[in-house]
Design a protein around this ligand. Structure first.
Ligand SMILES: [Zn+2]
Ligand SMILES: [Zn+2]
Length: 267
């Protein structure tokens, strides 16, 4: 598992317990693929970044089995003003030729940001769960981020430094999302670790390759009131294999849709 941020111990217990797989960290500079604090822009989506990380790990070690993790913290796509941590974990077995991944979307993430223009630092530090969660301080205009801050005196010093460097005399203070500095993110990485290990336990009913699980959905459900057809509503899970084309229906998500979600009953 290529990581700079101490993530191996978060997923290793699940892989050990469910698969008797031993995870070893490979200390690679994964920051070249993008950083949370934005010095290096992440190119592509989380899955693509995880695949690139995994390939670096295979190149560096020659080991055909690799696990790579990638997270992104954004505002929730469905609930405005709420943060969401999207954690992707990927497993590649080059010998079998399979790539299996799982994703967890969690609102259980401490994500706070402020500028020194707004002066209620105490209220902010409570919201940021400081010092349990570490902080980053950077100039509002200009470069020079100070990361991994966990002490009040260190924080005060960093704020003064960043304000001095900033063209407008202001600093930005924000959560440090690197895994070892964010306990709430650590929990989400552990959750996606469990989900991926569980998926690898499940084998294809047809070819017995590990990684059997949710692949996509069928859509199209009728309204329970007027019977109109909502073509985009999720109907049923489709389970699939990591290797062959075999699929099977999974859990039913909606038999009908509620009139409140129907374009005819509730336009
Ligand atoms: Zn199969
Ligand atoms: Zn209807």
């Amino acid at each position: 598992m290529p990581t700079k941020h101490d993530k191996g111990r978060l997923v290793a217990p699940h892989f050990h317990n469910l698969l008797q797989v031993h995870i070893e960290e490979v200390n690679l500079d994964t920051d070249v693929l993008g950083t949370f604090s934005g010095e290096i822009e992440r190119v592509g989506n989380s899955l693509e970044t995880a695949i690139r990380k995994a390939k670096l790990g295979i190149e560096a070690t020659g080991n055909p089995y690799v696990i790579a993790s990638e997270g992104s913290i954004t505002t929730d796509p469905f609930v405005p003003f709420i943060s969401a941590d999207i954690e992707t974990l990927l497993f590649i077995d080059e010998e079998l030729g399979i790539t299996v991944h799982e994703t967890v979307i969690s609102n259980q993430i401490i994500a706070a940001t402020t500028t020194t223009l707004k002066n209620n630092l105490d209220e902010f530090l409570k919201r940021a769960d400081f010092p349990n969660h570490a902080l980053i301080v950077k100039p509002n205009i200009g470069a020079g981020a100070i990361k991994g801050i966990r002490e009040l005196r260190e924080l005060e010093k960093a704020i003064i430094e960043a304000r001095d460097k900033s063209a407008d005399g202001q600093a930005i203070i924000e959560s440090d999302f690197r895994a070892m500095y964010s306990p709430s993110r650590q929990e989400n990485i552990s959750k996606v670790g469990l989900k991926l290990a569980q998926r690898l336990v499940n084998t294809c009913p047809d070819c017995h390759t590990p990684g059997w699980g949710l692949k996509s959905y069928t859509r199209g459900v009728h309204c329970s009131e007027c019977g109109d057809y909502a073509e985009n509503a999720l109907k049923e899970e489709i389970l699939g294999c990591a290797k062959c084309e075999y699929t099977k229906p999974g859990a039913v998500i909606n038999v009908t849709i509620d009139p409140s979600r129907c374009m005819s009953c509730n336009p």
